[in-house]
Design a protein around this ligand. Structure first.
Ligand code: ATP
Ligand code: MG
Ligand code: MG
Length: 348
């Protein structure tokens, strides 16, 4: 088949579609009305609600393969598609949409998350803060990203000041980490797995600010264990495409934070910094092509996100020949919004 359907219309879909087009595919996008930026790369773009079953059925008939760039696609939408054409895999989306399911799934495979408890009521939270202790973080089970839907609890007294719980949540203990990293892998339709190097990921107010290579010895010493877990997760799901697991590097080894059943912001550096990018390998995997080489082709990599008004004047970086600028084409600047990124490479 030669048409790839992408669910979601953000920058991840846009960068995925650019790779698909380079490989000779036609892309069509589907996302609810909003500020889509994948639409300019896709031959057709359905800007419809997720519950528009007619539009979804129409979209489905035009696609040979369907994938997603957005982890909160309602699972009900997936029923529209023939499971053979849909990748990575329904269970990946279902699991990663719910922090409680995700942690349980990873724990069953031997992974270690921070101590956590499910929270449905204020009494649950009081009990959890007593059991697990403070500091900790209350996180909504669903729909959180870029640190949204999270409340830091510094002491039991903070619980009283919280707004009423509007949705199921989890409380997890605060992890005293030395650094953060992610494992990004691609798994092909034949089960072959390849990993990219793990960057050191630095966050500002819950949002990824930059990813760095080399990641440093603390992270390097923990990557093998983290990869073994990520491989088990991918195999257990019969995953096809790019999968990301985020970890805290602690004095006691890697602590699992969360997973994303998709390409990931901490893998943007792979566009220029690896032999094959996460976006291209995702497309190769879902389309059933051979996977590309994931090796790093630079000695030093710094990927910096351009968030909110950091994007202003970014074109000045183009005078630096080691810099690669990516602007996502968003129609308006908002605080906390990912507008683009720059990757700085030092080559051997
Ligand atoms: P993403 O945009 O990566 O999907 P998210 O909204 O799902 O983000 P998390 O990854 O859970 O949020 O948390 C965002 C960041 O907040 C983490 O990368 C980390 O820096 C910090 N953080 C989250 N949970 C903890 C924890 N238990 N202990 C310490 N820091 C934490
Ligand atoms: Mg997340
Ligand atoms: Mg995260």
């Amino acid at each position: 088949g030669s048409t790839i359907g992408i669910l979601g219309g953000g920058q991840l879909g846009r960068m995925m579609a650019i790779c698909a087009v380079n490989l000779g595919y036609r892309c069509i996008g589907y996302a609810p009305e909003g500020d889509n930026v994948a639409d300019l790369v896709c031959a057709e773009f359905f800007s419809n609600r997720w519950d528009d079953s007619e539009a979804l059925a129409d979209f489905a008939t035009r696609c040979d393969v369907v994938t997603w760039e957005f982890e909160n696609v309602p699972v009900s939408v997936l029923g529209t598609f023939d499971a053979k054409c849909l990748h990575p895999t329904r269970i990946g989306l279902e699991t990663a949409q719910d922090r409680l399911k995700e942690k349980r799934f990873v724990e069953q495979l031997g992974g270690r998350p921070a101590p956590y408890m499910a929270i449905d009521t204020r009494a649950d939270l009081v009990g959890a803060v007593e059991r697990i202790g403070a500091p900790g973080i209350l996180k909504t089970r669903r729909d959180g990203y870029d640190g949204k839907g999270q409340w830091r609890i510094a002491s039991p007294r903070d619980v009283e000041a919280l707004p009423p719980l509007a949705q199921p949540a989890i409380y997890e203990g605060f992890v005293e980490f030395e650094a953060e990293f992610s494992v990004i892998l691609v798994r092909g339709q034949d089960g072959e797995i390849r990993f990219w190097d793990s960057t050191r990921n630095e966050h500002d107010s819950g949002i990824l600010a930059r990813s760095l290579l080399p990641a440093g010895t603390t992270i390097e010493a923990q990557v093998e264990e983290a990869r073994a877990l990520a491989r088990q997760v991918a195999d257990a799901m019969r995953y096809v495409g790019v999968l990301t697991l985020e970890f805290f590097a602690t004095a006691n080894g890697p602590v699992f934070n969360e997973m994303a059943p998709r390409v990931h912001n901490s893998g943007h550096w792979t566009i220029e910094g690896a032999a094959t990018s996460q976006f291209e390998n995702h497309i190769r995997a879902v389309a059933g092509l051979p996977l590309g080489d994931t090796r790093t082709v630079a000695t030093r990599v710094v990927m910096e996100n351009l968030i909110g008004n950091q994007v202003e004047g970014a074109q000045h970086t183009l005078t630096d020949s080691d810099v690669h600028l990516h602007l996502y084409g968003k129609r308006s600047i908002r605080a906390g919004r990912k507008m683009g990124h720059v990757t700085r490479l030092e080559r051997a």
